[in-house]
Design a binder for this molecule. Structure first.
Ligand code: SF4
Length: 360
């Protein structure tokens, strides 16, 4: 069908069953007849008939917007939830994780560029019910849409989330947080329980490198909390891009003020990928950022991609005792009891602490 429009010329062009009506769209009034605005993410692309939007996953076919990646799975894996990273959300559980194609950000350091910088390219079609059945089969406690930007899989995710909740599974997103507020509300209503959201820098970094507005991401983080979604924040520290301590301090201050001091902040190490060739972030830079985060009042600041570092562990914000020991983003041992420190009784922020007992 898409060949008729000259839309897709690559060898493995998306076709049925990957083509599906897009949920959020509006016709653009005269004199732009036939153009449709996509309302999935804040790029809000206006797409003329026969064209695709910025992310190349949405196409205008005769005035109707369709997604080209419905159920198109590029990658599938059972991951520990710590790998997302989500450290205060069903610790030690496993999520069946699916990725698709493309992205709505332009980051030149993309660590998943083989799928995230790739236009829709088919893959194995997996229906929402097949995906949830697979999660149950593989003895997972939840689902995760990740690897590339999950917002671009909105319609498929909504169906997955509803079915997963019916089956007693949780649902998560690992996202750049650039969806529209309407898309976020649909996700919450369908059963999104937890999100890890990237804050990639200050407004200049996100504008210049990702071609996006970081204020949208902050708005969505605040809104997600209002909607009852558990949120954790990640910042990949990239040398000479966002490793200035002033930038990292500004992120820490905003997390503490706008999301609360008990919101986990993951400071992760960059490795050269895609268009950037700078060497990996020095561990000392990450440690300085962690110290700043703690000075700014954040209670749970973690280092990521530094295996064996003490800052992979969770410490009680009150008595300082180690409560969860992790190894390479997998939970090794948790002493948290019913969401509290067993030594001093301090409440530990998070959700799903008792999932193991509830499964018995
Ligand atoms: S989802 Fe894609 S087409 Fe839609 S607004 Fe975002 S970038 Fe544009």
């Amino acid at each position: 069908m898409l060949y008729r429009y000259g839309l897709v010329r690559q060898k493995h062009a998306p076709r049925e069953p990957f083509i599906h009506t897009t949920l959020l769209q509006e016709e653009v009034s005269e004199p732009d007849h036939g153009r449709v605005r996509c309302l999935i993410c804040e790029r809000r692309c206006v797409i003329r008939p026969g064209a695709t939007g910025w992310c190349r996953t949405r196409a205008n076919l005769d005035g109707e917007l369709v997604t080209l990646t419905y159920g198109a799975i590029s990658s599938l894996a059972v991951n520990h939830i710590e790998k997302k990273p989500l450290y205060h959300f069903y610790p030690g559980s496993r999520a069946l994780t699916a990725g698709s194609w493309s992205c709505n950000f332009a980051c030149p350091w993309c660590q998943n560029y083989d799928i995230a910088k790739h236009p829709p390219n088919g893959g194995k079609f997996t229906s929402p019910s097949q995906f949830v059945a697979e999660a149950i089969n593989k003895r997972c406690q939840g689902t995760s849409i990740s690897f590339n930007e999950p917002t671009l899989s909105l319609e498929w995710s909504l169906e997955v989330f509803r079915l997963a909740h019916q089956a007693g599974l949780y649902n998560t997103f690992v996202t750049n947080g650039y969806m529209t507020e309407a898309a976020l509300e649909h996700l919450a209503e369908a059963g999104l329980d937890g999100m890890n959201v990237d804050i990639k820098g200050d407004s200049a970094v996100v504008r210049d490198y990702c071609q996006a507005d970081v204020e949208v991401v902050w708005r969505n983080l605040r809104r997600a909390q209002e909607l009852g979604i558990w949120v954790e924040v990640t910042t990949l520290v990239v040398p000479e891009v966002n490793d200035d301590m002033v930038i990292l301090m500004s992120i820490a201050v905003r997390i503490a003020r706008e999301l609360g001091p008990y919101t986990p902040w993951h400071i992760t190490r960059y490795h050269p990928a895609y268009r950037l060739t700078a060497p990996p972030t020095p561990v000392q830079t990450l440690e300085e950022a962690r110290a700043i985060g703690r000075e700014m009042g954040l209670q749970y600041v973690y280092l990521g991609n530094v295996p064996g570092h003490f800052a992979e562990n969770t410490y009680c914000p009150s008595c300082g005792k180690m409560l969860i020991q992790r190894s390479t983003m997998e939970q090794a041992e948790s002493l948290v009891q019913d969401g509290h420190c067993p030594f001093c009784g301090q409440e530990i922020a998070g959700t799903g602490w008792n999932w193991e007992t509830s499964e018995e």
